[in-house]
Write a protein that binds this ligand. Structure first.
Ligand SMILES: Nc1ncnc2c1ncn2[C@@H]1O[C@H](COP(=O)(O)OP(=O)(O)OP(=O)(O)O)[C@@H](O)[C@H]1O
Ligand SMILES: [Mg+2]
Length: 372
């Protein structure tokens, strides 16, 4: 680092500290805490580049500023209430309705999950039986990762905490590390519980990537949270992370997942059961095997979309007057339907193309070979 940059950073650090003291003196805890945390980040930056004899000292101060900042921020009553409120928004307290039989194929993944999630709930088990508490689901988009997490939670009648990482980061940027720590805390209070963190790659990008201070803190909280409940034999908290970019995950995070479960694109047999699930109740004058053959490379989500598309074009054809009805008329209207024909799927296959290409699929299997 150049002398000049070093000098600038020290100036900024000085300024942040002054703001922090001033806010603290004025009783503005939240503001003060934020300045301390910023000061901590600056001190850390300086520490990384300072000559050896000084870096230790800056690391030390960085830790102090950061923890002081975090303490001040969280002890302020209003602030804590805010993050509680955010958690409430994230928590899906009603039991997810998804059942294992709603998920086509994925037998290996289902077995792995069922085995893993049941074990912590077995009352009498000898000490040498290790239980799996953290599971990473990875695979191409739309293959059933979220469904699997929901079915797991359903099986356990657990409180289901679901957070979509990207939303968390964008909506509550800066607050997210606090939310994560409260999330783990709440999950422990309300156990048995299952924390499902979707799109985990966006919260915990690999260290090689350009990771900012906020993401670093978030990652730290996740690691700490995971260590917390995996260490305890009694805790009935399961953590499921899902990603379709496993190669973007931080190594420290990756190594903490006890199981990594690949959720692949469906093969023929699985596509058949997925079509059957999504056409349930409809009358068919077609051979599902033909649909299976036409849908090589399609994900479960693509197949669900194909079925919806075919059904709605049949419904439109049978009820051309539907759009012109008043809401009063709609209430008493009996929808006309007919058997589904292969031709109903023509438009659907035309419109909906597989989301994953061969090249990106190779990336998954390569990754699975190395880390899975
Ligand atoms: N194996 C499956 N069986 C039945 N339906 C499926 C299956 N996989 C996907 N679907 C359908 O696709 C939708 C999306 O699936 P899901 O949300 O589980 O995908 P995902 O793997 O979490 O995708 P993403 O990586 O984009 O988050 C489901 O709501 C369901 O309708
Ligand atoms: Mg998902």
């Amino acid at each position: 680092m150049s002398e000049l940059r070093h000098y600038m950073l020290r100036q900024q650090l000085q300024a942040e500290l002054e703001l922090a003291h001033k806010a603290e003196a004025a009783g503005k805890d939240k503001e003060s805490g934020e300045h301390y945390v910023k000061a901590g980040a600056l001190a850390r930056k300086i520490a990384y580049s300072a000559p050896r004899e000084h870096s230790e000292e800056f690391f030390h101060s960085a830790g102090q500023y950061e923890s002081k900042g975090n303490v001040i921020k969280t002890t302020e009553g209003k602030d804590r209430a805010e993050s509680d409120e955010m958690i409430d928004k994230l928590v899906v307290t009603q039991k997810p309705a998804t059942k294992w039989e709603d998920i086509g194929g994925l037998d290996d993944a289902k077995h792995a999950l069922r085995e893993a999630i049941i074990m912590p709930f077995v009352g009498g088990k000898p000490d040498f039986v290790r239980t799996t508490k953290s599971i990473l689901l990875y695979g191409p988009p739309g293959t059933g990762k979220t469904l699997l997490a929901k079915a797991s939670s359903n099986t356990l009648s657990a409180t289901f905490f679901e957070a979509k990482a990207s939303g968390l980061l964008s909506k509550y940027f800066g607050e997210s590390s606090k939310i994560i720590s409260s999330l783990f805390q709440k999950a422990a209070e309300k156990q048995p519980s299952l924390i499902f963190l979707d799109e985990i790659d966006s919260l915990a990008p690999s260290r090689s990537g350009d990771i900012n201070e906020s993401s670093r803190r978030v990652l730290g909280e996740i690691l700490e949270g995971m260590d917390g409940f995996s260490a305890s034999k009694e805790d009935k908290v399961i953590f499921i992370g899902a990603t379709n970019k496993p190669w973007d995950l931080d190594d420290a995070l990756l190594s903490r997942f006890q199981r990594k479960v690949y959720v692949p694109l469906p093969d023929e047999e699985s596509r058949k059961s997925i079509f059957t699930i999504h056409l349930k109740g409809a009358q068919l004058r077609l051979n599902i095997n033909d649909l299976v053959k036409r849908s090589v490379g399609y994900s479960g989500r693509d197949i669900a979309a194909l079925c919806q598309h075919a059904i709605s074009s049949m419904v439109k054809e049978q009820n051309p007057e539907l759009e012109d009805l008043t809401s009063k008329q709609l209430e008493t209207y009996m929808l006309k339907t007919r058997e589904l024909l292969p031709s109903d799927f023509d438009g659907a296959f035309e419109k909906i193309k597989p989301a994953s290409d061969a090249k990106s699929l190779e990336k998954y299997s390569d990754w699975a070979d190395e880390f899975g």
